[in-house]
Design a protein around this ligand. Structure first.
Ligand SMILES: [Zn+2]
Length: 357
């Protein structure tokens, strides 16, 4: 294991020298067209030793906001002053990404296949490659996700609150909301935490869509973590810093019947118990069934497709730990985003500011 930050760094058989940046293509199972397939990894090693952070995206192949976050991250000029090593893996599930699918061609979910094995299924082998080549070389990790197809998430971080170091990383990320999430069997998060590497999972936006706010909050979050763990020079703390809301759990509100969904709320809304979130109706308008919040909290996930089947998960309400002014906190986060010196004011400016090599 190369977790000693002074040890040589070898990824995919390539030795990455101090003060260099390199793209390594990790071989994975070839396509059945005989075409070779690789997982691209971009490694930036600073001149000075320090933490080794992996940032990964598209473990679910259709969750693409994280791919754009990493693209913008790699263009940041301050990386020339990096201490330690950034290991960026923008597309982990290369098969799902090319097919615009969450899954692998064998229909498995990569994020239920960790830690994997060298001799197992396609998913298991891909997971094993990621563990051996990326996680084994890392001291910290950030994994970037979005909601599923037709579902969007408020930018938030999921972390297991009993993992102290992971919780500290989550605090450093500075998102509007941090939510406790148990470690799920077979997930990357579980496999990484079991190797004593702290990591967080960022959730924001919708599958197969770019969401500018989700991308900006995510990029700023990764930079904040890098500053906090000493990979980038610290910035003077802004007095405007807003404390994230803390949620101990969340509950899905499901469709009581099949029909057309007339939604009255969206992610980021603060709701009270019993509040009507939406109506389920039908094309003839014969009936309107209200969907009420069964708990008070913040909507962190919501469907964006108004056609629903009975039992479908529609609104994910995070239950907050305290009675803080949630509306005010979320509004302040949003207004801070516009004046954050880390982030250019618009997408056009972002593209001009972040040229690709
Ligand atoms: Zn995901």
């Amino acid at each position: 294991m190369a977790r000693d930050s002074r040890a040589p760094l070898v990824i995919g058989g390539s030795t990455i020298q101090r003060g260099s940046r390199e793209t390594v293509h990790l071989p994975v199972a070839p396509m059945y067209t005989a075409m070779e397939m690789t997982m691209p990894v971009h490694v930036i090693r600073g001149k000075k030793d320090g933490p080794r952070l992996f940032v990964s995206a598209a473990i679910h192949g259709d969750e693409i906001n994280g791919v754009e976050i990493i693209r913008r991250l790699l263009a940041r000029p301050e990386l020339s002053r990096l201490r330690g090593t950034l290991i960026a893996v923008p597309v982990v599930n290369v098969y799902g990404y090319t097919a615009r699918s969450r899954y692998l061609p064998d229909r498995r979910d990569l994020n239920r296949s960790f830690p994997g094995s060298q001799t197992g299924s396609m998913a298991s082998r891909l997971a094993d490659t990621f563990m051996q080549e990326i996680v084994e070389n890392a001291t910290h990790g950030i994994d970037l996700h979005t909601g599923a197809v037709h579902r969007t998430n408020l930018p938030h971080v999921r972390v297991c609150f009993s993992q102290k170091e992971s919780l500290e990383l989550a605090q450093a990320f500075r998102v509007p909301l941090i939510m406790h999430s148990d470690l799920r069997d077979g997930s990357l998060r579980q496999a990484v935490v079991e190797t004593d590497v702290p990591m967080l999972l960022y959730e924001a936006g919708e599958a197969l869509r770019f969401d500018e706010q989700a991308i900006r909050v995510g990029l700023r979050g990764v930079l904040n973590v890098m500053r906090t763990i000493g990979m980038l020079p610290a910035r003077r703390a802004s007095r405007k810093q807003v404390q994230p809301l803390i949620a101990k759990s969340s509950r899905w509100m499901r469709a009581p019947d099949s029909g057309t969904l007339v939604s009255m709320c969206s992610v980021g809304d603060v709701v009270s118990e019993g509040q009507v979130l939406a109506l389920v109706t039908d094309p003839l308008g014969r009936e309107e069934i209200p969907i009420k919040a069964r708990t008070a909290g913040v909507i962190v996930g919501a469907t964006v497709l108004p056609l629903v089947y009975e039992g479908e998960a529609l609104f994910n309400v995070a239950e907050l730990e305290t009675n803080r002014d949630a509306v005010g906190a979320l509004e302040r986060f949003e207004s801070n985003l516009g004046v954050d010196p880390d982030l250019p004011p618009s997408l056009e400016a972002a593209q001009a500011h972040d040229p690709i090599d």
